[in-house]
Design a protein around this ligand. Structure first.
Ligand SMILES: Cc1cc2nc3c(=O)[nH]c(=O)nc-3n(C[C@H](O)[C@H](O)[C@H](O)COP(=O)(O)O)c2cc1C
Length: 190
């Protein structure tokens, strides 16, 4: 129904306490439309490196929990730094695990991407690699507007980690509003 709230899972690609990406993820509820209900996936650090032998012995609980959380969501927002021009290993590993689960839940799932990174490209190369990997598992990638926060240390308050860059805030508002329309358009939630 057009009036129903959409349930959107936010996944963060950084594990560190003072993460700019985690701070970005925390800022989202205040910037999104009322009918976008955001919830957060557990941090990815309980997911072991992918190994088919481990999987054959039984799926790790953290992978089952993440798979269920993705499956039940109307859409995903992945918020992540860039590591060495690409996807942080922990996040890529989580995607690899979930992709090998029965009836893998990325199929037909709307996904929006955001990144904050220290460099001049703000994690955009990582976003492009995520687009490739997620296309391989039949996710439906939201296009524009993109949320790319360059020189992250200058855009968040040093002490509170509050996002203080108005250009970034405006882009996030536009993206979240566009993502709500996108989910309703590509799924049966319209
Ligand atoms: C292993 C590693 C690789 C990195 N590679 C990049 C990179 O390719 N591009 C970039 O902009 N920043 C890079 N950085 C810097 C991160 O963008 C910066 O540490 C950022 O704050 C990490 O995100 P977080 O604050 O959410 O943890 C790298 C950091 C690490 C630890």
């Amino acid at each position: 129904m057009a009036d129903s709230a959409l349930d959107v899972l936010v996944i963060c690609g950084s594990l560190r306490k003072a993460s700019f990406n985690a701070a970005l993820a925390r800022a989202l509820p205040a910037l999104g439309p009322a009918r976008l209900a955001l919830r957060y996936a557990a941090p990815l650090d309980n997911i072991p490196p992918y190994n088919a032998d481990v999987q054959d012995a039984g799926n790790p609980p953290a992978v089952v929990a993440l798979t269920d959380a993705i499956r039940s969501a109307d859409g995903l927002i992945i918020v992540s730094p860039e590591y060495n021009w690409s996807i942080p290993g922990g996040l890529k590993n989580a995607i690899d695990w979930v992709s090998r689960m029965k009836d893998q839940p990325f199929k037909d799932k709307p996904v929006a991407l955001q990144s904050a990174a220290g460099g001049i490209l703000g994690g955009s190369r990582m976003q492009y690699h995520l687009r490739q990997s997620l296309t391989s598992v039949d996710a439906i990638l939201f296009g524009r507007p993109e949320v790319i926060i360059t020189f992250a240390a200058q855009k968040f308050d040093e002490k509170t980690l509050e996002l203080k860059d108005q250009t970034a805030i405006d882009m996030i508002k536009l993206q979240l509003a566009g993502f709500e329309r996108f989910i309703r358009r590509v799924s049966a939630k319209g």
